[in-house]
Design a protein around this ligand. Structure first.
Ligand code: HEC
Length: 114
């Protein structure tokens, strides 16, 4: 009986973590759409010459990638500082990128973090 309960508890944990992974993936997929809609024309990787990617390549001089999509050190707070307009970049109001979309965007941009 105890084994049976352990099996159920173990299975539930596996299912719960599978659901968590699926939710992460869904957020990242939605976040990529937000990125492609609002960010890619300046922060793109394909268009190497896109302004912000080139600027950030110069700023970091090879220490970290200029492309936001290839970074592994972005955080919610750091992205928020730029996207909500406290530094440098033109701001995006919550009416343009609502909080839910912003959370998905950050899920996408932080997906490679260690
Ligand atoms: C019109 C062009 C443009 C668009 C669109 C744009 N950015 Fe930027 N972004 C820049 C420029 C230029 C910089 C460098 C600004 C600076 O260093 O002051 C920058 C800097 C940043 C940085 C700081 C990177 C670093 O390491 O210093 C982050 C994070 C960022 N942008 C996120 C985003 C996100 C997320 C979006 C989409 C919601 C976005 N940006 C849309 C032009 C843009």
């Amino acid at each position: 009986m105890n084994r049976f309960i352990a099996l159920i508890v173990g299975s539930t944990a596996v299912i719960a973590s599978a659901i968590a992974v699926a939710q992460d993936n869904a957020a990242q997929t939605r976040g990529k759409l937000v990125f492609d809609n609002y960010c890619v024309h300046c922060h793109g990787t394909q268009t190497h010459n896109s302004g912000a990617t080139t600027m950030l390549e110069e700023k970091y001089a090879g220490a970290i990638p200029g492309s936001l999509e290839q970074r592994t050190n972005l955080t919610f707070e750091f992205v928020e500082t730029f996207v909500r307009g406290e530094l440098g970049m033109a701001p995006y109001r919550p009416t343009e990128i609502p909080e839910d979309d912003f959370a998905d965007l950050v899920a996408y941009l932080t997906r490679n973090n260690p």
